[in-house]
Design a protein around this ligand. Sequence first.
Ligand code: WTA
Length: 651
Amino acid sequence: MADIESLLKETRVFKPGREFSRKANWNKKTISEYRKLGEKNPERFWKKMALENVSWFTKPKKSLEWKAPTAKWFADGRVNVSYNCLDRHIEGKNAWRKNKAAIIWEGEPGDTRVITYKQLHREVCKFANVLKSLGVKRGDRVALYMPLIPELAIAMLSCTRIGAPHSIVFGGFSSEALRDRLDDAGAKVVVTADGGYRRGAPLPLKPAVDAALEGSTSVEKVVVVGRSRASVPMRWQRDFWWDDLMKVASPDCPPAKLPAEHPLFILYTSGTTGKPKGILHTTGGYLTHVATTSKAIFDLKEDDTYWCTADIGWITGHSYVIYGILANGATTLMYEGVPTHPEPDRWWDIIERWGVTIFYTAPTAIRTFIRLGEEHPKKHDLSSLRLLGTVGEPINPEAWTWYNRVIGKKNCPIVDTWWQTETGGIMISPLPGAVSTKPGSATLPFPGINPEIYTEEGEPADPPSGGFLVVRRPWPGMLRGIWGDKKRFKETYWGNYPNTYFTGDGAHRDKEGYFWIMGRVDDVMNISGHRIGTMEVESALVSHETVAESAVVGRPDEITGTAIVAFVTPKAGTNVDATLKKTLTKHVAREIGPIAKPADIRFTEALPKTRSGKIMRRLLRDLAAGKETVGDTSTLEDLNVLARLRESDED
Ligand code: WTA
């Protein structure tokens, strides 16, 4: 609430610089035209974008076909994502780009690789042939469980080349989490690495794959990139080294001419149950959405060096490290490791050395750097920067102002971009040459996007009062389903209001129509910009032999936005002490991954419940936020006493 109140008090307005506006890809005139068209006829607007920003083998005549909740965009068009990200930059009028850097990569130990469009094209064609040789056919799922190395980009693009949907699993997820995702997607091949670098040491990945593949599995083959050179056991006829396969692969692989609605990828994200949802995206609409928003919001120009710090294991990495950026023929920078290795100035050093011009990161990272001190960015020449962006969670005005002053030198527009795994691309954001910004507000919808704020009853909320953020009309990058679960797709997103997409976020709008996102209104927590379901952590906890019951809530945290607090009722006879806390924390990391580790575990005799047996989450949230504390947390708290008090209060 404190954050929301501070946001509500924010009155500063930052106008776009004149010079920036004059040169912007989308100037004021274009934008006002597009806004008008987008409002009057979003389908026409998006079709125009599809034809302008995407190269088609067969141009679509159709735009949207909508039978709620099923959308088809440009369904009669034929297209290929890798063709749009590669081939069209090395042939025809753009052939001069062939030796332009597509990817600038820097490993954590300091090793670097620069891969031009032509080189990337060749590697992608070769790996596409490797996939074929391993039996991957159009429609087969390929899982990628990799560090942030160029081979990940190559593998993704190779999948798109042959129409094999990829499912990228963040390298920080545990083998358990990986197994669930491999099973759910029915993956045929896994691409991984021996390990990657994190905090100065190799972090192994292949052992997690081996553990995930024990027992019965759909996975037939595993490809292993040699990155850390750790010794890994290779299983005969199942596991192959990347280099060995690439040595003999042909560089000739024509792109598959896929229908626009062909599945492009599945990406798992947390929801309100213990089981992650496989969000399904398809080809033509998604590509149109990410290519168009990249061009307009990041203002990508031929001489830009663009850096988005997200891991490719998240949607931001899919859409705005790879697909949207390469579709525009721009140079994308990838950095493998942690921001503070070997010193707290690593990021600023990277910006200076490579002359980064556009920088896109998360508020949690900005807050970390505020804490580390201004002296680190100040050691570096950041004058190459011309545009800054943020994503993943609401940015508090203090962090916005610091970003503007210390990193942008008050000279760079900041685009605060609101969107989700499900939306595929950016939905609400400033257009940097035309929209004045207000710290903490994602400002206005992108042209052709129709968000609204609804009351519980489904009426538009009157500004400035808040409500539920919804999207009223389909858009091209929208999810097409939850893999294998039509019912959940309908219920989660389309069950609240007829024909209207429910985002799970709360928001309000000010009198100028600016959107202020207030965060999740469901049981999903946003930890450092990453989504973790409370139920996921709860089911991980109760899978431990000492736990009878658990309830997980978020509490505000200065750096990570939200921190996880678990209330745990141990089974009778369990010895409750500091070791148990450690054991359970480790257990959650093993079940899900280190990102889901509770910041605090509190043991209680019983969870506070209402008379009808519902866990009183609001009480737990208050407790977790430190509003009410009960004694020493290493002993068993009797929360039921509090619950009874609370209930008599509320009666
Ligand atoms: C939150 C990340 C405020 C929001 C692209 C959303 C934001 C969830 C912003 C999606 C923003 C993302 N301002 N909140 N600019 N961007 N969010 O799926 O709660 O990992 O629902 O996608 O992040 O997280 P996801």
